[in-house]
Design a protein around this ligand. Structure first.
Ligand code: HXC
Length: 258
């Protein structure tokens, strides 16, 4: 399928989705978010796809929601239209793993989009920020909640109240990103991580994604019970039997997603 604001390539079981509005530093307008939702649902439905990588350009992952488009809207427009609510809900329902590969600016909605992914690999040029305060709004796609869970209250407050940017080294130190790589190697490294994930059983991968995401929603006691039940239930999968048998037989497992 052709998109105006994205490029999608599928190879080796990985869908690489590249945000592509260079004239606006990949600012998230309604067309981009609607196309992104379609591309993600298509990747979810495509049985050959086992992992998704979401990236932008060298200069910007995304510089936030499109301010020119938002500037025209009234309270009633955004409230009744539930601005970005539907897109965020659909994004969060994708069950396949999504890696954000962030180079350059990830600001406002761009930072929030990266945080909606399962983990972030950052280029050494990455800059994260929640500068909505400068526009007279607060984050609206999860920034106050997800950034706070990722980096703690002190840094999150600092970022949201001052609107300052965090560089890649600080983001790694703070737990916002899982690794930092040279900018030139960003997509290669993200695709390599995705390829590693694509080798695993999709049954187990889906369970891991659900369990880790539940840690962001539940208290410890419920989360531990959720994990233990998932662990127990995976003993019903053929891939669990194969994984353990392969270890005992000192060979590579042959997973069949069963
Ligand atoms: C629309 C944007 C944009 C944005 C950049 N552009 N960010 N257009 N929405 N968020 C456009 C610029 O207008 C400019 O267009 C072109 O992209 C290049 O940007 P420059 O500013 O000329 O580049 P530079 O000087 O390098 O500065 C880069 C920058 C700056 C620091 C990223 O562009 C910037 O501060 N952008 C806004 C960041 C921001 O406030 N994001 C939060 C948005 S609110 P022209 O046509 O002039 O070349 C948000 C809320 C989410 O995200 C909540 C959702 C519910």
């Amino acid at each position: 399928m052709g998109y105006e604001t994205l490029k999608v390539e599928i190879s080796n079981h990985v869908a690489l989705i590249r945000l592509d509005r260079p004239e606006a530093l990949n600012a998230l307008n309604s067309m981009l978010l609607s196309e992104l939702t379609k591309a993600l649902v298509a990747a979810q439905d495509d049985k050959t796809v086992r992992c998704i990588v979401l990236t932008g350009s060298e200069k910007a992952f995304a510089a936030g929601a499109d301010i020119t488009e938002m500037a025209q809207k009234s309270f009633v427009d955004v409230f009744m239209g539930d601005l970005f609510g539907t897109e965020v809900d659909r994004f969060m329902r994708i069950r396949k793993p999504i890696i954000a590969a962030v180079s350059g600016y990830a600001l406002g909605g761009g930072c929030e989009l990266a945080m909606m992914c399962d983990f972030i690999i950052a280029a050494d040029t990455a800059k994260f920020g929640q500068p909505e305060i400068n526009l007279g709004v607060v984050a609206g796609m999860g920034g106050t909640q997800r950034l706070t869970r990722a980096v703690g209250k002190a840094k999150s407050m600092d970022m949201h109240l001052t609107g300052r940017f965090m560089d890649a080294a600080e983001a790694e130190r703070s737990g916002l990103v899982s690794r930092v790589v040279p900018a030139k190697k960003l997509v290669e490294e993200a695709l390599a991580a995705a390829a590693k994930i694509a080798e695993k059983s999709m049954v187990t991968v889906t369970a891991v994604k659900e369990a880790v995401n539940q840690s962001q929603e539940m208290g410890l006691r419920e989360g531990l019970l959720f994990e233990k039940r998932l662990f127990h239930s995976l003993f019903a999968s053929e891939d669990r039997a194969e994984g353990m048998k392969a270890f005992v037989e000192k060979r590579e497992p042959q997973f069949r997603d069963k």
